[in-house]
Design a protein around this ligand. Structure first.
Ligand SMILES: *Cc1c(COP(=O)(O)O)cnc(C)c1O
Length: 407
């Protein structure tokens, strides 16, 4: 029999680091994905908050095609006009003065950590190397990123923790104050935790952390790789709290599916990042930057952000209704904007299968959550459809739970 990419048995030739669903897609359009057999799925995970403008967006496709026919790659030893344009767009719309472009989120985090340490070194305080991170965080899969987040299941087997990473408890401001000391370089957090199960810091907490950083000369690094670029209904999630960082990592939606990441910083925080101190072969190449420009030009539009807030309000209200109707399945609705966490009483992996049975794609998350991370362009009509499919998934989960418990 011919081997196909939709075969239920995955390839032996791919390193087995993912427990993959037995499902493959051939094409996408807006919020829909289609298998080779033409089966349609409603995509409410957007490649984990990546395809924020939906699949096959005409402006992104045009940007790739146009740039692909001109020039893909030169090197960062030359000026790259598309990169200068994207950096201007990002700095015009944020706290930041400068950007470094990467190919992924983890690399943007690496750059953020290096920038913070080099800042203190450049000020004659080389002992300030500690990065304080929080439980439930996710910052990517490099050695530095896994130890910064310190999720036990992601660091296990990868050797001893390198020096300079300190773990703090999410939401515990008093504990955090105790941890900040003479060797602290920076506090690193996601304003809304993604993988951790859509847990949001409150506006008051972010303001207090900003103040703590100011008082102690500590840099504040935000990881807005998942919660940034419109997902919460503001361009960046921290804007809700009016507590800007010194350094910020972004990625995911930045390229709308093309690999693009960036580390943003104030000029002061980036003072140590001088010629030769950091680099990337591919980061910021003309092809990636052309897509990044097209993507950000759409994401900064106030009407898109208003749309996100409207659809998020509708989904939140409807999901709260499902929580009331299915109390033995849904325990809590959390998150911000279109980074929605649904905490379940039944196993989340099973629930994702129930949703897939309804041709609805949703993501998993920590704390037994599933996450809804739809494209930001999801219409109210499509949101209604997503809720209908969620409702049927809840029915299936409830039936299964009840069948398992003898009356
Ligand atoms: C996805 C993600 C990362 C890692 O990004 P990669 O592109 O996979 O390296 C880091 N932080 C957060 C919050 C993320 O959601």
């Amino acid at each position: 029999m011919a081997e196909t990419t939709t075969a239920p048995v995955p390839s032996d030739h791919i390193m087995g680091v993912y427990a993959r669903a037995p499902l493959a897609f051939e094409r996408g359009d807006g919020v829909r994905l289609y298998t080779a057999d033409g089966e349609e799925y409603l995509d409410c995970m957007a490649g984990i908050a990546v395809t924020a403008l939906g699949h096959n967006h005409p402006k992104l496709v045009a940007a790739v095609k146009d740039q692909a026919e001109k020039l893909w790659h030169t090197s960062n030893i030359f000026r790259i006009p598309q990169q200068e344009k994207l950096a201007k767009l990002l700095t015009d719309n944020t706290f930041a003065d400068v950007c470094f472009f990467t190919n992924s989120g983890a690399e943007a985090i690496e750059c953020a950590i290096k920038t913070a340490r080099k800042y203190h070194w450049s000020k004659g305080q080389p002992e300030r190397i500690d990065i304080i991170g929080f439980d439930g965080s996710f910052h990517g899969r490099t050695i530095a990123a896994i130890f910064a987040a310190n999720n036990p299941s992601y660091v296990e087997g990868f050797g001893p923790p390198p020096p300079g990473f300190v773990g703090a408890k999410f939401g515990d401001l008093e504990g955090l104050k105790e941890l900040v000391g003479p060797t602290t370089a920076a506090i690193l957090l996601e304003p809304v935790q993604g993988e951790g199960g859509a847990r949001s810091w409150t506006e008051a907490e972010l303001k207090a952390i900003r103040q703590l950083c100011d008082e102690t000369g500590t840099l504040l690094i935000y990881d807005e790789i998942q919660c940034g670029l419109g997902r919460t209904g503001k361009l960046f999630a921290h804007e809700w709290a009016d507590a800007p960082p010194d350094i910020m990592a972004v990625a995911k939606a930045l390229g709308g599916g093309f690999p693009v990441g960036a580390c943003l910083a104030t000029a002061e925080a980036a003072r140590g990042m001088t010629p030769g101190s950091h680099g990337s072969t591919y980061g910021g190449n003309p092809l990636a930057m052309a897509v990044g420009v097209a993507s950000v030009e759409e994401l900064v539009k106030p009407e898109l952000l208003a749309h996100v807030r409207e659809v998020a309000g509708y989904l939140n209200q409807q999901l709260t209704g499902l929580k009331e109707r299915f109390p033995d399945v849904v325990l809590d609705i959390r998150g911000k904007g279109l980074l929605i966490g649904v905490k379940l009483a039944t196993p989340n992996r099973e629930f994702m299968q129930h949703a897939r049975d309804q041709h609805l794609l949703i993501a998993g998350g920590g704390d037994n959550c599933v996450r809804l991370l739809p494209p930001l362009v999801l219409s109210l009509e499509e949101a209604r459809e997503a809720i209908q499919r969620m409702e049927r998934a809840c029915e299936a989960a409830q039936a299964k739970a009840r069948a398992a418990v003898p009356a």
